[in-house]
Design a protein around this ligand. Structure first.
Ligand SMILES: [Zn+2]
Ligand SMILES: [Zn+2]
Length: 129
């Protein structure tokens, strides 16, 4: 392996590790999931969906009688599709709206991140190559 390849690999490893820190989000809090709007799909509700009647997780059309789950961002999914997702992620599969998690450190990090929004992030400059 030549030097350049080695360097690229180190860099890739760094990026990958850094990605997990930045985007590897803990699952949504069980309490938050409890609070979500759950219901059985009725004809009226289905008519209101209009053309947005496809579940983004399984790509199947919603049917009357389906168990549904709404997110606060007004996106809706089959309950059975969304639950496994929320057990691994804290955000809406469509718009990345973030639910609360049970991970205090992560919540603090989120607040920090929002506070730093817009201002440049200097941590990049600390990379030792
Ligand atoms: Zn589905
Ligand atoms: Zn959403």
């Amino acid at each position: 392996m030549n030097y350049e390849e080695e360097e690229i690999e180190t860099l890739l490893n760094y990026i990958m590790n850094n990605d997990t820190n930045r985007y590897g989000s803990p699952p949504a809090s069980k309490k938050e999931i409890e609070k979500l709007n759950k219901y059985i799909l009725t004809k009226e509700k289905l008519d209101n969906f209009g053309i947005e009647n496809i579940c983004s997780v399984c790509k199947e059309e919603f049917q009357i009688g389906n168990e549904m789950l709404d997110l606060p961002c007004k996106h809706y999914f089959h309950k059975d599709c969304l639950m496994p997702w929320l057990n691994q992620h804290d955000s809406c599969p469509i718009c990345r709206f973030e639910l609360k998690t049970e991970d205090e450190d992560y919540e603090k990090m989120k607040i920090e991140r929002n506070r730093n929004n817009g201002s440049s992030n200097n941590s990049e400059q600390n990379i030792r190559v």
